[in-house]
Design a protein. Structure first.
Length: 616
């Protein structure tokens, strides 16, 4: 079996679904019609059974390079040989009228820019995560793949052949010539109007390019890392589900956090936490449209709180609650990393920190002047009513541990954030609420965290009450304004994390050998936490170190600027689901903090003065 490194992929999409395109010209991951639909190409999870759609030169020894059409999500894979230079453009049309026949299509356009090249094409879907058989047939203008769950059409003017399950083609192009392949879902009995026309495809291409240029023109970031921030913004936009405003954590599932290990999760859903982080990051660099969409989605979800007042922490992109986790034992997993999981049992967890992240993101939206209606504030007040007692409960925490609930320090801090931002909502944005009660609760949470979450002997905030273990989530304390970065307890926490949780200068979430997460040990360094360390270094006045760490982290991005969740500094390869919204939004925030166009999170309290923090 031959698996490409995770970092050898680019992503294309249409804000409904996404595909991973390898540097070898193979689409190895694609779910239809939505992000969390069953896969039709999943070779990244099983090289033999998963299915793929490959286009590449026939000769061996070809050099390849991958890049995006400037400031867009149109991906180009360039093939270089002594005989010629070819390019494969992959994109999904966006910004078209709803009734456009090009909606939900995946377009692959091959052209030769110098000399002559012979290509091969093979399209072999594997429906429903390779569980559903299908039949392939050739029609006048292409091929049809029929299964009990979905039909796909592959349209092309190139002559196609079929072996019953796969469709093949071989063709040669000279300089200036091109071939087009269009893949799309078909309704039962639907055929092809015609083969894709070059001129019509070019019009759709130009429309798509213009859409991305116009969207990106709203970005307010003007700092020194503009290129990588732009790429992160474009990637985050691809992870929004346009029909509902939901924001997914990643378009993939079960890419491992250690090769051969079992920490393989499905991230194709909307985590309240990750979506709030993403919303916050996009707002900081000028994107407000996504905030409106997500706030509408969040309002709908917040209105679905459980009978005891708790809020589910992860949903399907359509808002569904049932994300039953199951294993796909017929798939080998990426490089033998089993089990392959779909669904996510974290949907049944209690995670206290999500309340703080939601209120922090909504606070940022208010600062940007984004209006909210009375009903939305009423829902938020209901959440605060629950939190008055709910903050005292142990939970599974930000890392979604499966080893039992604990009083995680970071979770309590984020409860403090919820009350703090609620106070600001009343005092500085004119909303109504029991502000004195919220101030009292804010102070109570603060005192308890400083008493029970801080280890005086180690001079550090720890992972959980009564535990000596460290957790990189403590790096969030100064970033949300819980304590100033220069407070001796924060300085001590940063120093302890630098001593105990760094690997080659990058940050582990925590020591996985402790068993606190209920899983076998072993994972890579966590890239979002490493960006948080850079933020802390900057707040401590260690700006050169912060910038150097940011440069190292952004330098881990692949040739097209994408980052996964984790990284193996020994093998020098990416780990985990890819690309990861949490990582890219952390990059955006750190770049903004190091070259701010607007105040950083830690400046919220200074900018919006309220009562002083009482942590005596």
């Amino acid at each position: 079996m031959t698996y490409q490194p995770i970092e050898h992929y680019g992503i294309i999409g249409n804000m409904r679904t996404a595909a991973l395109v390898g540097i070898n010209g193979s689409i190895d991951w694609f779910c239809v019609p939505s992000f969390d639909s069953p896969s039709v190409f999943a070779a990244i999870l099983d090289d033999q059974k998963g299915g793929r759609f490959e286009i590449a030169p026939r000769e061996d020894g070809i050099r390849t390079k991958q890049f995006y059409w400037p400031e867009t999500n149109v991906l180009v894979t360039r093939f270089l040989s002594p005989d010629g230079v070819g390019e494969l453009e992959d994109f999904m049309p966006v910004g078209l009228p709803h009734e456009s026949p090009w909606q939900d299509q995946l377009i692959r356009r091959v052209r030769v820019t110098r000399g002559t090249l012979a290509f091969r094409m093979r399209c072999h879907p594997a429906f429903d995560y390779a569980r559903m058989p299908h039949r392939a047939t050739i029609e006048e203008h292409g091929a049809v793949f029929e299964s009990a769950v979905l039909n796909l059409g592959l349209a092309s003017a190139v002559p196609l052949s079929c072996d019953g399950e796969s469709v093949h083609a071989t063709f040669a192009l000279q300089e200036g010539e091109e071939a087009i392949f269009v893949l799309r879902p078909l309704k039962a009995g639907e055929g092809f109007r015609q083969s894709p026309l070059n001129a019509e495809t070019q019009d759709v291409f130009e429309h798509t390019v213009n859409y991305w240029h116009q969207w990106l023109s709203k970005c307010t970031y003007t700092g020194r890392w503009r290129e990588i921030v732009y790429r992160s913004a474009l990637t985050l936009k691809l992870m929004t589900f346009e029909p509902t405003g939901a924001i997914i954590a990643s378009p993939t599932c079960s890419l491992p956090e250690s090769i051969g290990g079992g920490r393989n999760w499905d991230y194709r859903y909307t985590w309240i936490r990750d979506a709030a982080f993403t919303l916050y990051g996009l707002l900081r660099i000028g994107f407000t449209e996504e905030a409106h969409g997500f706030m509408q989605w969040l309002d709908a979800r917040s209105g679905e709180v459980e009978a005891d007042g708790t809020m589910q922490i992860v949903y399907g992109i359509d808002g569904r609650h049932d994300l039953k986790e199951q294993t796909l034992d017929h798939l080998d997993g990426y490089r033998g990393s089993r089990p392959v999981r779909i669904g996510n049992a974290a949907s049944d967890q209690y995670q206290l920190d999500v309340y703080g992240e939601v209120f922090d993101a909504l606070h940022q939206a208010r600062r940007m002047g984004i209006p909210e209606d009375d009903e939305a504030w009423a829902v938020q007040r209901a959440l605060l009513d629950f939190l008055e007692d709910g903050w005292r409960r142990p939970d599974e925490g930000i890392w979604e541990v499966r080893g039992g609930r604990k009083d995680f320090t970071h979770s309590k801090v984020m409860a403090w954030v919820a009350f703090d931002r609620a106070v600001h909502a009343v005092e500085h944005f004119g909303l109504e609420g029991p502000v004195d009660r919220w101030k009292q609760l804010r102070a109570e949470v603060h005192r308890e965290v400083c008493e029970r979450g801080y280890d005086a002997e180690r001079n550090a905030f720890t992972q959980a009450y009564g535990s000596p273990a460290l957790d990189a989530a403590a790096l969030m304390l100064p970033l949300v304004g819980f304590l100033p970065a220069t407070d001796s307890r924060i300085v001590g926490t940063v120093a302890a994390i630098e001593r105990e949780l760094l690997v080659d200068g990058f940050v582990l979430r925590y020591a996985s050998e402790s068993g606190i997460d209920g899983l076998p040990p072993g994972e890579g360094v966590f890239l979002p936490c490493s960006f948080w360390l850079a933020d802390n270094l900057a707040l401590l006045g260690r700006r050169r170190e912060a910038q150097a760490l940011f440069e190292r982290l952004s330098g881990l991005a692949n040739d097209v600027g994408l980052l996964a969740e984790e990284y193996d500094p020994v093998a020098r390869r990416m780990l985990g689901n890819f690309p990861q919204a949490f990582t890219h939004v952390s990059l955006v925030n750190t770049a903004s903090n190091l070259h701010p166009a607007m105040p950083s999170p830690a400046e919220h309290r200074a900018e919006l003065p309220g009562d002083p923090i009482d942590d005596d």
